[in-house]
Design a protein around this ligand. Structure first.
Ligand SMILES: [Zn+2]
Length: 587
């Protein structure tokens, strides 16, 4: 007898094939029948007429490395229909860790991914592992709402082998290379999903040091490719130099995106493995991404396996009085910053204080790499700054709604306009500073990226940047915006969006037991009321260990999510079931 029979749904099977109406049944976590009508008996039946049934989403770009050690609910991903999440991206993670090396890994994660250090100090069971295989063994005892796989990270490996030398811009010698490559091979053979590295200057520890490995020479990059070849499995993930621009304020990037493309193609050929890397449209070179994509096609024809990873929408830093904003390091603001919001708001509305804050010079935070410093020193480019309320649900506001335009219309400076926006109403206002994918003031570049056969969908960064970016909702946004609601340009086909966030991602990571609705595959699936699918209000929650804050935005319309045949969500609520396990790479 089947455990569950879902009847009369619109089946979007993850392969990209046209949606069709039918039934689906599963037993012991595996799909047993599909199509129908299915007449065999089931313990439970769900009438899904009018609803979509699709494989649960496979999110290949998350940073749950800390959270997975203390949490089991795995928000925000679990509430967005994600059934499998890959963490350990962008070169930062928590294993291997040398004795006494915890602090530097925390400070790296705190700076790069904006996960508060206090959260990681208090939340994580430090001492439960040293090597990456031990970390995986620890994780394999954990139970979550979804499955999790982990990469092994360049930052941790370089620190473990090279110590202080690894932090500095120092080349690895032959012995370092051999030891680091051995660690990576061992990690991937033990089940790590691949190897990740960051090569941008903007990814820094709270002390301002780039992630160890940022400036790695070609021999080091390729040593890890050799390690993957020897392991015979795994994905090479990279955020290439110059991905978010030339970073002049940080001393300038060393390599162009096209140089990096050639290096990644070499890494793919040397490893025989897929290489996936971050691809953004950036204002500095608004058409470069097209050249990169053309280069990918050429390299792939010559035997590389390059998978540019693209985001669902423009990446935005969220500014608010409850989190980060450009005024937070002004002397007159520092004097009131500890006040509860209502009192702080009342003070900020006093004309004298407002004038002082607007006129004062920023005092940098003593730790150069903190998010406070990033935000207060960020070039604002006011054309790219919008009130969240003007972005509605689509994140595609007309240029005339930017703070540049608003300020001009109101005859005030953009900074004063921002001040007014943040202090309006009850002070719970959000302003977005887009910094990728919005150079043309619309989503046409994104549409082209998502329509390109070489690209994969990712970059939601779930678990990271917890109070400045909320792109973890990307899997839901793909459906609401790209399939259904976009009004300023072309949309994407439902079947294509589903394929890209299920089977295509699962295959890239060698997860051959999931990603499609097919007999024998895992019963990881979403039942979705597509007409009602939506994202709610974003809000700040102080629910992390040590009272750490994060921005969360709930989704509605997920009637049910099943992971390994177990219902983890029902009508957008956590059922409390924890069928999620560690996924290990397969040989
Ligand atoms: Zn990342």
């Amino acid at each position: 007898m089947n455990d569950m029979l879902i009847k009369g749904a619109t089946l979007v099977d993850g392969t990209g094939a046209p949606a069709r109406t039918g039934d689906i049944a599963f037993r012991d976590g595996r799909i047993t029948e599909i199509g129908g009508p299915i007449r065999s008996a089931a313990r439970q039946t769900l009438n899904a007429e009018g609803a979509l049934v699709a494989p649960a989403w496979v999110d290949i770009h998350t940073h749950y490395d800390g959270q997975a050690t203390w949490d089991d609910a795995m928000e925000p991903s679990a509430g967005q229909g994600v059934g499998t999440a890959i963490m350990g991206n962008c070169g930062v993670g928590f294993a291997p860790v040398r004795p006494g090396g915890e602090r530097e890994l925390i400070e790296l994660m705190e700076g790069v991914e904006d996960i508060p250090g206090s959260v990681l100090h208090e939340g994580m069971p430090w001492g439960a592992w040293h090597s990456l295989p031990e970390y995986l063994d620890f994780l394999s005892q954990r139970r979550w709402a979804l499955d999790i796989g982990s990469m092994v990270t360049h930052g941790a490996v370089r620190l473990a082998v090279m110590g202080e030398r690894g932090k500095r811009d120092e080349a690895a010698n032959a012995q370092d290379l051999a030891q680091m490559a051995d660690l990576v091979q061992e990690a991937v053979q033990a089940g790590a999903m691949g190897f990740s590295t960051s090569r941008i200057r903007g990814h820094r520890s709270i002390h301002g040091d780039p992630v160890p490995g940022t400036f790695a020479a070609e021999d080091e990059v390729l040593a890890f490719a050799q390690a993957l070849r020897r392991a015979g499995r795994g994905v090479y993930q990279m955020i290439p130099s110059s991905t978010v621009g030339s970073a002049p304020m940080l001393g300038g990037e060393r390599h162009s995106q096209l140089d990096e493309l050639a290096l990644m193609a070499k890494a793919s050929r040397v490893s025989g493995r897929p290489v996936t890397f971050t691809l953004f449209q950036v204002d500095e070179w608004p058409a470069l991404w097209r050249q990169v994509l053309a280069g990918v096609v050429d390299h792939n024809q010559a035997g590389a396996q390059l998978y540019p990873q693209v985001g669902a929408r423009p990446t935005a830093i969220v500014l608010s009085l409850a989190t980060y904003h450009p005024f937070m390091r002004k002397p007159s603001y520092l004097a009131i910053r500890e006040l509860p919001l209502p009192e702080r708001l009342a003070a900020m509305r006093q004309p004298a204080l407002k004038a002082a804050i607007l006129a004062e010079t920023t005092i940098a935070h003593p730790q150069p790499g903190t998010m406070e410093n990033v935000v207060v020193h960020m070039a604002m480019n006011w054309d790219q700054v919008y009130r969240l309320s003007d972005c509605a649900a689509d994140h595609e506001p007309a240029r005339g709604l930017s703070l540049a335009a608003r300020a001009q219309a109101e005859g005030v400076s953009p900074l004063a306009c921002l001040y007014d926006c943040l202090t309006a109403g009850d002070g719970r206002q959000y302003v977005m500073r887009f910094f990728t994918n919005y150079s043309d003031f619309n989503h046409d570049a994104l549409h082209e990226m998502h329509s390109h056969p070489a690209t994969v969908t990712g970059l939601g960064d779930a678990g990271a940047h917890v109070s400045v970016i909320f792109d973890a909702v990307a899997p839901t946004f793909q459906l609401t915006h790209w399939v259904r609601d976009r009004s300023r340009g072309q949309r994407l086909a439902l079947e294509s969006v589903v394929h890209r966030q299920t089977l295509k991602n699962a295959r890239l990571f060698g997860l051959h037991d999931r990603g499609a609705l097919a007999v024998g595959l895992r019963a990881d699936l979403n039942v979705i009321d597509f007409d009602r699918l939506s994202l709610g209000e974003i809000a700040v929650h102080r629910d992390l260990p040590a009272g750490g804050a994060r921005l969360l935005q709930p989704a509605s319309g997920y009637l049910a999510t099943f992971v390994n045949g177990v219902m983890t969500r029902s009508d957008d609520l956590d059922t409390g079931e924890r069928p999620g396990r560690l996924v290990r790479s397969a040989g």
